[in-house]
Design a protein around this ligand. Structure first.
Ligand SMILES: Nc1ncnc2c1ncn2[C@@H]1O[C@H](COP(=O)(O)OP(=O)(O)OP(=O)(O)O)[C@@H](O)[C@H]1O
Ligand SMILES: Cc1ncsc1CCO
Ligand SMILES: [Mg+2]
Length: 258
């Protein structure tokens, strides 16, 4: 494998910074998300009670909002955390799980966008829905191609003034003017739950790094794609993929310099 110096530099910076990452995420992916962040060298903390979430949002380096298992009380806690993060100048990232398909979370995500996320990461159907182009996907899964969602991702990035990462077979990361394409990964990444949700947590953490957020988010997508490809070569199926994926994230620096 060719060394990929920008990704390696960003990975070293990520590990040196070890971003304290406040995750308000869904019930399905809590442990996997924390393990992915830990394998990469970040420091996750899942703080969800409204009063604590508000307090912690100001202290953490980055905040993730994932609406996968949203409830009214969680929405309230998330809103308070985002408002505090925004006031404290801390970057926050939105994963709009199943937006478009469901009205409550769609209204909530649209309202949150006015509080200026640093990044939005979603699959093609989610990005199309958030941009107002399409109605939504098939539950939490995408029903659209990534290429078909690129114009919507660029429009959303310009409209909100943030980085948008639309992911799938290929990932596109855009600020509305510049677009980076990230290739690799493996279809097995879609046969275990939470690779997208965990990627959003890594994207959130990468927004705490100094430098160009577009490049840092693209690097985050690249780490996940590379580890996904390595793990797929080693795994026999979804069951052995998850531990192989965590191992590959942990050893990414060896792969990049070999
Ligand atoms: N067909 C594919 N080939 C290679 N990599 C893929 C493929 N589909 C998805 N990926 C990778 O899997 C990860 C998750 O992306 P995806 O777009 O499936 O997220 P998602 O639908 O939000 O997932 P989830 O909701 O299950 O967390 C990304 O790193 C993406 O690049
Ligand atoms: C399966 C599932 N259901 C709600 S959130 C979630 C995790 C994938 O997005
Ligand atoms: Mg998702």
């Amino acid at each position: 494998m060719q060394p990929d110096l920008p990704d390696l530099h960003a990975l070293c910076a990520f590990r040196a910074r070890s971003p304290l990452t406040h995750c308000m995420t869904n019930d399905v992916v809590q442990t996997f998300t924390a393990n992915v962040l830990l394998a990469l060298g970040a420091s996750p903390a899942m703080v969800i009670e409204a009063e604590e979430a508000e307090q912690f949002a100001a202290a953490a380096d980055a905040l993730l909002i994932n609406v996968g298992t949203l409830t009214a009380s969680r929405a309230q806690a998330m809103r308070r955390a985002v408002e505090r993060a925004a006031a404290a100048g801390k970057p926050w990232t939105l994963d709009p799980v199943a937006v478009g398909a469901l009205a409550f979370r769609s209204r909530f995500c649209q309202q949150l966008l006015s509080l200026k996320p640093a990044a939005v990461r979603g699959n093609a159907s989610e990005i199309l829905a958030l941009a107002g182009t399409r109605a939504g996907g098939r539950g939490v899964d995408s029903a659209d191609s990534v290429a078909s969602a690129l114009p919507a991702a660029q429009a959303l990035a310009r409209q909100v003034g943030c980085i948008v990462a639309v992911t799938g077979e290929v990932d596109y990361v855009t600020d509305g003017e510049r677009t980076v394409e990230v290739t690799g990964g493996d279809r097995l990444m879609t046969r275990v739950v939470g690779t997208g949700c965990a990627l959003s947590a890594v994207v959130a953490a990468s927004c705490a790094l100094p430098g160009d957020t577009l490049n840092n988010v693209a690097a985050a997508c690249g780490w996940m794609k590379r580890a996904g490809a390595t793990a797929a070569r080693r795994a026999q199926g979804p069951g052995s993929f998850v531990p192989a994926f965590l191992d590959a994230l942990y050893a990414l620096h060896e792969e990049e310099s070999s």
